[in-house]
Design a protein around this ligand. Structure first.
Ligand code: PLP
Length: 393
């Protein structure tokens, strides 16, 4: 009989490099495969499962909402959407929100919003400056915003209007600004390229530059948001506010959802400018409410900061002790390390065989974005397995 792997290879488009395990169940920070093996999950569905797996508050809210009303379209009002919009705007300090189904879609909407703002307030300016090594998603405008040629090349030509400058380099940003520039779009912590936090003053300086030039600041917090770095938005930890912010991943605890948020004149969509059939439906909004309320009730943002700091210190110690790690980086529970003469893919495999899920973002870089509920005992466990796995390579 064909295995799941063989069946998948036959019918599923080969876009993903998957780990050779079939995951069937999860609870807390653990998942189990179809052979009954347990894994400590430091991937969390790529920074999505903020409450871990099968959290009772989320399961309860989704079960109850599913039995009540799953979807009605945005032709009608629904209560969970308005309640969720109130909570998300209050946590972010942004004026208004629009719910999408993914991060890429939130960024597409952000790009449209900036272009609309340019038409209304900046003589039709439409240019957006983004960073090299950034990642904003796979749809065409988000891909054009993404500063990585490897993702763009097969789909050229890109849609016009994007310029890429080195991250953490204010002079490059200033030099790239022209009359046609309407916005700067950045991740406060670059995620997909291997967890590169913005330098302390960079985002504040970018904010000032945008203010002085009348540019919008768009922060893509799809990966860095939802408490992962210790504050609801990473930008709040840097002491700045964006004009436009995007969220997704952990927003609804694992249900597919994203958000476009904007403040002041930047929130300039009018009826007919944008839409979504499924975005912000009652089911995902009920899941989002349960997710965010659980984060607040359990102070998981503070926990993410302290657990992240502990994890970072343990990784720094392993770096010194093993001599196999060049750099450790992170902010809260967004962590990565660059390896010395070790393939990150090999380390991911060796760790998986020992019951630990990690993710390699590059040939020598491993990323850790665990659930926000991870305990220090679980971090100790992860470190023990990492050490063992590293010693075999
Ligand atoms: N923006 C950032 C910063 C991301 O990390 C990602 C996904 O990794 C995206 C956008 C795209 O999100 P999605 O995969 O939900 O479209």
């Amino acid at each position: 009989m064909a295995t799941i792997f063989e069946r998948e290879h036959t019918v599923y488009m080969p876009t993903f490099k998957r780990q050779p395990v079939v995951l069937v169940r999860g609870e807390g920070c653990y998942v189990w495969d179809d052979a009954g093996n347990r894994y400590l999950d430091l991937v969390a569905g790529i920074a999505v499962n903020v409450l871990g797996h099968a959290h009772p508050a989320l399961v309860g809210a989704v079960t109850e909402q599913a039995a009540t009303l799953i979807h009605v379209s945005n032709l009608y009002y629904n209560k969970p959407q308005v309640e969720f919009a109130e909570l998300v705007t209050s946590l972010t300090g942004m004026d208004q929100v629009f719910f999408t189904n993914s991060g890429a879609e939130a960024n597409e909407a952000a790009i449209k919003l900036a272009r609309k703002y340019g038409k209304l307030h900046k003589d039709g300016a439409y240019g957006i400056i983004t960073a090299t090594h950034s990642f904003h998603g796979r749809t065409l405008a988000a891909l054009a915003a993404t500063g990585q040629e490897k993702y763009q090349k097969p789909f050229a030509p890109m849609i016009p209007g994007f310029q890429h400058v080195p991250y953490n380099d204010l002079d490059a940003l200033r030099a790239a600004t022209s009359d046609t520039t309407v916005a700067v779009m950045l991740e406060p912590v670059q995620g997909e390229s291997g967890i590169y936090p913005a330098e302390a003053t960079y985002l504040r300086d970018v904010r000032s530059w945008c203010d002085s030039q009348g540019l919008l600041l768009i922060l893509d917090e799809v990966q860095s948001g939802i408490g992962r770095t210790g504050t609801f938005l990473a930008a709040q930890g840097y002491g700045i506010a964006a004009d436009i912010t995007t969220l997704a991943k952990g927003l609804c605890g694992g249900l597919p959802a994203g958000a476009l948020l904007a403040s002041g004149a930047a929130s300039c969509f009018e009826p007919g400018d944008h839409g979504s059939t499924l975005g912000g439906n009652p089911l995902v909004c009920a899941a989002g409410l349960a997710t965010l309320r659980t984060i607040l009730d359990n102070d998981l943002m503070t926990h993410a900061a302290t657990a992240g700091q502990y994890f970072l210190e343990r990784l720094e110690a392993l770096k010194v002790q093993s001599g196999r790690i060049a750099v450790v980086r992170g902010r809260g529970l967004m962590l990565a390390m660059d390896l010395i003469d070790v393939s990150a893919a090999d380390l991911v495999s060796a760790a998986r065989e020992r019951g630990l899920l990690l993710n390699n973002t590059g040939p020598g870089t491993v990323r850790m974005v665990p659930p926000l509920i991870i305990t220090t005992a679980q971090i100790d466990d992860a470190m023990r397995i990492l050490e063992e796995a590293l010693a075999t390579l």
